[in-house]
Write a protein that binds this ligand. Structure first.
Ligand SMILES: [Ca+2]
Ligand SMILES: [Ca+2]
Length: 189
């Protein structure tokens, strides 16, 4: 009799857990079922930095299609739309050497992004993203002793570290932001 009571307790506990589990699950998957595709028009660029929006927009599109998250469409009747605006960029000193000269700079950018449900114009998320890349003025990225793209591989060992060092820092920052945005789309899902 005692055992039977205990068993009933255990079973009802599991039942409650299961029910709560389901409730949590359905809340996590709160994207309206009507959203089957997304359009991603070229982001606005409010800064004077050249070609940033082209780079960032195509990086996001590439990231979303390679992960097969949601269908991307150019259709003006899309279910949803991702709007973005690059609001600021800056080149600031990041590391000083012993002579108090700047040895590393940091290129930073901020982007305001909203994912809109077109049926009622509500925002699935609305968020500002920031990222940076570092570069040195004196050396080229293949010999500056820096891990420019932060992947743990430095200079000659990293086939990505070449060319104009500021350009590379910009690409690194754009790549980080694109990954961040796509992760936010995924977590909204
Ligand atoms: Ca690297
Ligand atoms: Ca380097």
């Amino acid at each position: 009799m005692e055992l039977k009571k205990r068993l009933t307790k255990i079973i009802s506990f599991h039942l409650i857990f299961l029910l709560f589990g389901c409730a949590y699950y359905s809340m996590a998957g709160s994207i309206p079922v009507n959203i089957k595709n997304v359009s991603i028009p070229l982001f606005n660029n409010e800064t004077v930095e050249f070609e940033l929006s082209e780079k960032l927009t195509s990086e996001i599109i590439q990231e979303i299609s390679s992960q097969n998250i949601i269908k991307i469409t150019n259709d003006i009747d899309s279910d949803s739309i991702i709007n973005g605006s690059i609001t600021s960029v800056s080149d600031g000193p990041y590391v000083f050497n012993n002579n108090e000269q700047v040895s590393e700079y940091r290129f930073s950018l901020s982007v305001k992004v909203a994912w809109i449900d077109n049926t009622d114009d509500s925002a699935l998320f609305e968020k500002t993203f920031s990222a940076f890349g570092t570069y040195s003025i004196d050396n080229d990225p293949s010999s500056d002793g820096l891990d420019n793209d932060n992947d743990g591989i430095i200079d000659g060992d990293d086939s990505d570290e070449f060319g104009d060092s500021r350009e590379l820092a910009i690409n690194v920052a754009i790549n980080k932001i694109a990954v961040d945005i796509v992760n936010t789309v995924l977590s909204t899902w």
